[in-house]
Design a protein around this ligand. Structure first.
Ligand code: MEV
Length: 445
């Protein structure tokens, strides 16, 4: 398929097949042409993409059923990250994000990885942890042993609480109990491990741990306090890895070998310093959160899990790792909890989230979790490459300038003109934007 771009007469070509995520020049197309390509690539009728129109998205009525005290609907851009090959399959990645450079950076990084063989992923079974706090125990160790001995009874009770989950192949898998020495005395943390299949799992887990309360009090002889899912979903890890050929990283300023070295140095900084690691991981979550938002997922849960996991060794560390392979290529990997869902919550009730899942062509939460891990790794590659080689501001400022221009009131063509004027003047600030906009309009501010 070929499409005329709106800006020049060049023809944009979809390489190979209609399920190919490598769409050269996608960013140059107008909205209609972009949609036509996405619809074709994802095998979705073009009209269905209208769900991404602000007027067709979440209605006020739907919003009122979602949360309380609703007075409107808040919109953000949905962009498509291109060029992803994950486990041998091409994917278009819908992203909801307000920050410039995230989608473009990810698409560029995905292209480097694609040209070097693509991302590989591996995902754990979708097991979430439900916690029960048990207090007022005269002998916490003995209570712990009694609870562990009652494992089969507790698992059966948890399964009775959700017959549908069990019929879908999920259900209770294990019981763990730890003694916590605290400032107010010893207490127990009982963990119910529940396979939640394609759900995020908070509801299923919370129902199950509440159902266990009477039995847990009877068996332990204590008092149950909190019963709630844990967002440190470390039994539901997603992993992605990739290799990038050194020569693809070369620029006019850096050889491939130097570029690989710089990226590895950047990673070492994050390993050595939590101040850097926090920003390194923030960049990873730029991509993952954008995907979680686009698919109606609980991105706060994924955020909480990621940062808690980053600190699970006792030190706060980067979620990714970058090394030099023996033959000189760059090799990267990521591992993090991924409580991503393709069922429940807003994933099916939000029309735009439903559409995003169709474009992604995912059926199961495990596929989405692997894609999210690959997105996190790709986003980190984009950030480290920019930071370690040219600095983040050069590319970032161009896009940031457009937002400043819009905030200053620029409309239509003025946006690009004002952004360019600010970059030329090396002042991307709202006060400068006001002055330059007035000049552009031929008046004084
Ligand atoms: C900005 O949103 C994200 C970065 O700061 C990430 C990083 O520093 O690795 C560019």
């Amino acid at each position: 398929m070929t499409v005329e771009t709106p800006y020049n007469s060049a023809r944009v070509t979809l390489e190979d097949s209609l399920t190919n995520s490598r769409i050269a020049g996608f960013y140059q197309l107008n909205m209609d042409a972009k949609r036509a390509l996405v619809a074709d690539t994802a095998g979705i009728p073009l009209d269905d993409l209208a769900a991404y129109d602000p007027a067709q998205g979440l209605s006020l009525e739907q919003a009122e059923h979602m949360i309380e005290n609703v007075i409107g609907v808040y919109a953000l851009p949905i962009g498509m990250a291109m060029n992803f090959t994950i486990d041998g399959r091409d994917r278009l990645i819908p992203m909801v994000v307000e920050e410039p450079s995230v989608v473009a950076g990810l698409s560029n990084a995905a292209r480097l990885v694609r040209d070097s063989g693509g991302f590989s992923t591996q995902v754990d079974e979708p097991r979430m942890i439900g916690q029960i706090q048990i207090l007022d125990l005269p002998d916490p160790q003995a209570a712990r042993e009694r609870l562990l001995a009652a494992r089969e009874e507790l698992l059966a009770l948890a399964n009775q609480a959700d017959a549908v989950l069990v019929s879908l192949g999920g259900g209770a898998r294990d019981i763990e109990v730890r003694v916590l020495e605290t400032a107010i005395g010893a207490m127990l943390a009982l963990h119910l491990i529940l396979d939640v299949r394609d759900a995020m799992g908070a509801n299923a887990v919370n129902t199950a741990v509440e159902a266990l309360t009477p039995a847990v009090e009877r068996i332990s002889g204590g008092r149950v306090g909190l019963r709630i899912v844990s967002n440190l979903a470390d039994r539901r890890l997603a992993r992605a890895s990739c290799r990038v050929s050194a020569e693809l990283l070369a620029t006019s300023e850096f050889s491939g070998e130097a570029a690989v070295g710089r990226i590895v140095e950047a990673h070492t900084f994050a390993q050595a310093d939590p101040y850097r690691a926090a920003t390194h991981n923030k960049g990873i979550m730029n991509g993952i959160d954008a995907l979680m938002l686009a698919t109606g997922n609980d991105w706060r849960a994924v955020e909480a899990g990621a940062h808690a996991y980053a600190a699970h060794s006792g030190a706060y560390l980067p979620l990714t790792s970058w090394e030099i392979a023996p033959e000189g290529d760059l090799v990267g990997s990521i591992e993090l909890p991924m409580a991503a869902a393709t069922f429940g919550g807003a994933t099916r009730s939000h029309p735009q989230a439903r559409l995003s899942l169709r474009i992604l062509q995912v059926e199961h939460a495990s596929e989405l979790a692997g894609i999210a891990a690959a997105v996190g790794l790709g986003q980190n590659l984009a950030a480290l490459r920019a930071l370690a080689m040219e600095g983040i501001q050069r590319g970032h400022m161009r896009l940031h300038a457009r937002q400043v221009a819009m905030a200053a009131g620029a409309q239509g063509d003025e946006i690009e003109q004002l952004a360019a004027a600010m970059i030329t003047a090396r002042t991307v600030r709202s006060d400068a934007a006001q002055v330059l906009l007035a000049e552009l309009r031929g008046c004084t501010p």
